[in-house]
Write a protein that binds this ligand. Structure first.
Ligand code: FES
Length: 160
């Protein structure tokens, strides 16, 4: 493993404490720092916390804010909880999959977009809601989604 990543693991575990309860926070923090968590990093966390590697991997795979694969340049997180769903979330979900040509949990082959589901982000009143990187978009309609994607593509110089 890269020495820099090993150092980040040491630092992050020291910050949250090497207890089983701190596992999610440690993985979330490391995933944010590195973009995603590869196998050697997960193994290093497991060793530090003295928990099985399989448990660390299953926790890392469960949470949408933690990634175990390289992510696209832009990460779209679409709320999948009930209030957003009844406000028209299904249609938005389909619009995103169609516009990007991928399914949720996937990254486009050009590495531009990753599509992920997320649970409630606390903005149910303006559902359906999605985040692109750190920016939040509410009251989504299929038209609005296509406009937003077009804006990002234009900013990125017309990338797919
Ligand atoms: S249910 Fe979607 S933001 Fe709360």
């Amino acid at each position: 493993m890269e020495e820099r990543m090993m150092h980040q693991v040491d630092e992050t575990v020291a910050r949250y404490g090497s207890t089983d309860e701190a596992l999610v926070e440690i993985l979330r923090d490391l995933s944010q720092q590195a973009g995603y968590l590869d196998r050697p990093t997960l193994a290093a966390v497991a060793k530090k916390l003295a928990v099985p590697e399989s448990r660390v991997f299953s926790v890392a795979s469960f949470y949408s804010m933690i990634s175990v694969e390289p992510l696209g340049k832009h990460v779209i997180r679409m709320c999948q909880d009930a209030p957003c769903h009844v406000a028209g979330g299904r249609k938005i979900w389909e619009t995103l999959e169609q516009a990007l040509g991928i399914q949720f949990g996937q990254t486009t082959s050009d590495g531009q977009w990753t599509l992920m589901p997320t649970s409630c982000i606390g903005l149910c009143a303006v559902g359906p809601v999605m985040m692109i990187d750190d920016e939040v978009f509410g009251n989504l309609t299929p038209e609005k989604v296509n406009e937003i994607l077009a804006r990002y593509r234009e900013q990125d110089g017309g990338a797919a």
